[in-house]
Design a protein around this ligand. Structure first.
Ligand SMILES: [Zn+2]
Length: 480
């Protein structure tokens, strides 16, 4: 049964490959950063409409978010896609040295042009399969903007967009074909603003109340906090307003931006409360006033082994991409641009012997073995898929789209975003997701098991508490 699904899905996606490539290239060519993805949003939403989906634009009151649904009853399965780029990463396609299209312009440094289209290809394949075989089920593609420090999915969950969803799937470009189930850290991103009184720093310093002093004292407090927090937590900050360039004016306004991360959402919430007390203390010490604004947040990713196992089975059943000598030659050139640290880091993940083999042939064909997600791992970041994974069973994969060792958020990612091998990986991800979605639609007992597992992990919709303040339904940059 499953083998037939895989074959049919492969055929459907291969038939439309040129159309998918065109959309992916188009999104690559118009890189737009978080919440400004107007063209990428429109191009994606239009494409899904042309494919026969019912498209709803501007969902969750986010202008660049949309859903595209097709179905005739049955459980609703979500497939998540993204299309935001990163600032400052502009780079020419296919050029193996740093060479921006536009100095300091944005670029697809996380491969979200591939991510969005790979997921759309999965949704399209499921739709055609359901139609062809006259089956019940509803497929819904989620056009999710602002993954990069925008946390759009947390807002989309809060708006109730996943309330009727039975399971969710997504993927991310990478250099390996693996499950992508974390661990990822919960994060709260907040801005602390201090207001004081300016004065002449020499003539009348006693009249001044320095907001910059408050920021500095807050940071000192936060640095002392490190000794009394769990090892796995992370706290980092950037001073986003120093209050001016002039030492002889007591700084009236200053602002500092903080990320608080921890393996579990509740740990992040507790730690953040302590950080707020430190900010209050800094304001008290300096006789300034303090206000803070949560910019965004996301919960940790909750693994669902039930769905992961099914996804992994389909990843193995599919033909994962083979690469031509030409493609390998190009990927070797990218590998050679990596610095020593990047090479060492990549080698630490696969072992010395494998790393040597991959240095000569840096495009990975095989599928990594199945493994459970550890509770915590060094080097984990955060993803806003975390919020989704709390309210519906969620599974994701990575597909090899880049040369071995290519680090995220680099010009090398941007440069490889239009290569033939990146596109092979993109379609492979789409096929793996589509096959798994069709599998779960035909086996409702799998969905039941997946939901039970989510509850057993103490996650699930009943236990989900958004890390966003209750009255905050839109990211601050959309409220301004
Ligand atoms: Zn990304």
């Amino acid at each position: 049964m499953s083998e037939n699904i895989v074959k049919e899905v492969e055929e459907i996606i291969e038939q439309k490959r040129e159309a998918f490539f065109q959309v992916s290239d188009q999104i690559w060519e118009t890189p737009e950063i978080r919440y400004e993805e107007k063209q990428s949003f429109q191009c994606s939403a239009d494409f899904m409409e042309e494919q026969g989906f019912q498209v709803e634009r501007g969902v969750a009151n986010i202008p660049t978010a949309f859903t595209a649904s097709f179905g005739n009853g049955g459980p609703v399965i979500a497939i998540l896609g993204e299309y935001d780029a990163l600032p400052g990463l502009s780079q020419k396609a296919g050029v193996t040295e740093h060479d921006p299209v536009e100095t300091n312009g944005p670029g697809h440094g996380c491969g979200h042009n591939l991510l969005g289209v790979g997921s759309m290809s999965a949704a399209v394949a499921v739709k055609e399969y359901l139609e062809k075989n006259n089956l019940e089920g509803t497929i819904r593609y989620y056009g999710c903007p602002a993954e990069e420090s925008g946390y759009a999915k947390t807002y989309m969950v809060k708006a109730g967009l996943f309330d009727d969803v039975a399971a969710s799937f997504s993927w991310h470009p990478h250099y390996s074909n693996s499950l992508f189930h974390g661990p990822s850290l919960a994060v709260i991103h907040s801005t602390f603003t201090f207001k004081g009184v300016s004065s002449h720093a020499a003539a009348s310093p006693e009249l001044g109340r320095s907001a910059l002093d408050a920021v500095e004292l807050m940071n000192v407090g936060a640095n002392f906090l490190r000794e009394h927090m769990i090892d796995e937590a992370r706290v980092h900050y950037a001073i986003t307003n120093t209050g001016g360039m002039s030492p002889n004016v007591v700084q009236r306004d200053a602002e500092v931006s903080y990320f608080v991360r921890a393996p579990h959402a509740e740990q992040a919430r507790v730690l953040f409360k302590r950080l707020v007390k430190i900010a209050e203390g800094a304001a008290l010490m300096t006789e300034t006033s303090m206000d803070y604004q949560i910019e965004g947040a996301c919960s940790n990713l909750v693994q669902n082994a039930t769905l992961d196992k099914l996804l992994h089975k389909n990843m193995k059943a599919l033909e994962s991409p083979h690469f031509s000598e030409e493609e390998l030659e190009l990927s070797r050139k990218y590998y050679q641009t990596l610095n020593e640290d990047d090479v060492a880091f990549a080698a630490s993940l696969v072992g010395k012997e494998k790393a040597e083999e991959l240095a000569a042939r840096p495009l990975i064909h095989e599928v990594s073995p199945y493994r459970e997600a550890p509770e915590y791992a060094k080097g984990a970041g955060s993803t806003d898929v975390g919020a989704v994974s709390w309210v519906t069973p969620t599974a994701q994969l990575t597909a090899a789209t880049w040369s071995f060792g290519t680090p995220f958020h680099t010009w090398q990612v941007v440069s490889q975003g239009k290569t033939s091998y990146a596109k092979k990986g993109m379609l492979y991800a789409g096929k793996a997701i589509a096959s798994t979605v069709i599998d779960v639609l035909q086996h409702p007992e799998v969905l039941e098991d997946a939901v039970k597992e989510l509850r057993d992990r103490e996650a699930g919709p009943e236990n989900y508490v958004s890390l966003l303040p209750e009255n905050q339904n839109l990211p601050s940059m959309l409220r301004k």
